[in-house]
Write a protein that binds this ligand. Structure first.
Ligand SMILES: *Cc1c(COP(=O)(O)O)cnc(C)c1O
Length: 390
């Protein structure tokens, strides 16, 4: 990977150290151009006319996303973020009183709220599968908890709050053997390292465009295994997702498009397509190898500093690094980094509620490098943190 060339094509690498790829990755020049060129085309000839002219490239986006996650083009639906994609899948399940949703401690805050809402509305029950000793979802406990009441297993691959990678392929083996739907929130993993639905065995997967995929904000997608469609009833029906039968009925669109709505920001779709193609061209294996190595490098340096502790769980850890400095409020730590032009963010207890129930550690400063960052940039962040820890 030619890191210098990749940085040259990333305007945001000039003048600041961007370690907030778990928040929003930096767009490449090519992706920025894909967005702005389409907006200019819309302004010049009209929005519908611009979409017609770019129809082929817009259609190709589905195939590129499918290639990225190992599915088929007709199994992909586009959304304006990961949350709406996830809700489209989740609320397509008909839950009844006594049904059980099994999830993990690392589950994302909005998913947890949706579980709580549906529990309140339907009488379904939310069960949090315990962690193993390393902090990963305990797959032995999961296997023991699955029974005829289990209507869904919903898991976050990588949490928003740390470097944990959940054992998703093992979870997939368990859910497939039991015939239980598996909804995987891959928002922090897609674009960071290889994610393949065939290897994982999940039935539904959601991701966002703006994080490690480096797409524009306001993009996301849902992948749904084709043979799951019979078990799902989309909760939104409209003129894109269904066809009127001429009478008083309608049929769903074939494939995953039945989950989407008609209107889209095609400039964003083309930006997302550019980012996906860039990830495919670079190779997710190489991207993942470098992103995880940088995370490792950063975590090791921070762990070596007296007064600094990292809090990332699991056995194999990713490019999200969370840390605390003794006696220094996380807000002050983050502010000191931002003053030195190091972009970071902080974890929020309410964004991973089940994790916060057992670990009283949030807020933590969250540093999330990506493959286009350099070791020298990580050293700069470490210097700032070391100075505060002294
Ligand atoms: C950011 C995040 C989401 C939400 O993604 P949006 O695109 O903001 O809707 C969901 N799950 C996880 C694990 C996240 O980190």
């Amino acid at each position: 990977m030619d890191i210098e060339a990749l940085r040259h094509d990333t305007p945001g690498t000039v003048g600041r150290v961007h370690l907030n790829n778990a928040g929003a990755g930096l767009m490449s020049r090519q992706t920025l151009h894909a967005v702005t060129a389409h907006l200019e085309l819309e302004a010049a000839i009209g929005g519908y006319e611009a979409a017609d002219r770019e129809q082929e490239r817009i259609d190709a986006t589905y195939g590129h996303i499918a290639e990225l996650v190992g599915g088929r083009a007709d199994e992909v639906a586009l959304f304006d973020n990961s949350t709406h994609a996830w809700h489209a899948a989740f609320h397509s399940l008909a839950l009844r009183p006594g049904d059980r949703i099994l999830t993990g401690r690392a589950e994302y805050g909005s998913n947890v709220l949706a579980y709580l809402q549906i529990a309140r509305r339907t009488g379904a029950e939310v069960v949090v599968v315990p962690d193993d000793a390393s902090g990963r979802l305990d797959t032995t406990a999961l296997a023991a908890l699955i029974d005829e009441r289990t209507a869904l297993v919903g898991v976050s691959h990588v949490p928003t709050s740390g470097g944990l990678i959940n054992p998703v392929a093992e979870i997939g083996r368990i859910t497939r053997a039991a015939g239980v739907p598996f909804l995987l929130d891959a928002t922090q993993s897609v674009g960071q390292f290889p994610v393949d639905v065939r290897e994982i065995g999940c039935d539904m997967l959601t991701a966002t465009g703006r994080k490690f995929l480096r797409g524009p904000r306001g993009t996301g997608f849902l992948w749904v295994r084709n043979d799951m469609l019979d078990r799902l009833e989309p909760f939104v029906v409209e003129i894109e997702s269904a066809n009127w039968d001429g009478g008083r009925g309608f049929t769903w669109q074939p494939g995953a498009r039945r989950f989407a709505t008609w209107e889209m920001a095609y400039s964003n779709v083309l930006g997302l397509d550019s980012a996906v193609r860039q990830a495919l061209d670079l190779g997710m294996d190489r991207i993942g190898e470098r992103a995880l190595a940088l995370g490792d490098h950063l975590r090791r340096q921070l762990d070596a500093l007296p007064g600094v502790t990292t809090h990332d769980q699991g056995t194999e850890r990713c490019a999200i690094v969370t840390a605390k400095v003794d006696g220094v409020p996380t807000a002050d730590l983050a502010a000191a980094l931002v003053r030195r032009h190091v972009n970071v963010s902080a974890t929020v207890a309410a964004h991973t509620q089940f994790d916060s129930e057992v670990r009283d550690v949030h807020p933590l400063v969250r540093l999330s490098p990506h493959y286009y960052n350099t070791e020298a940039e990580l050293d700069r962040a470490v210097e700032v943190i070391a100075a505060l820890a002294r």
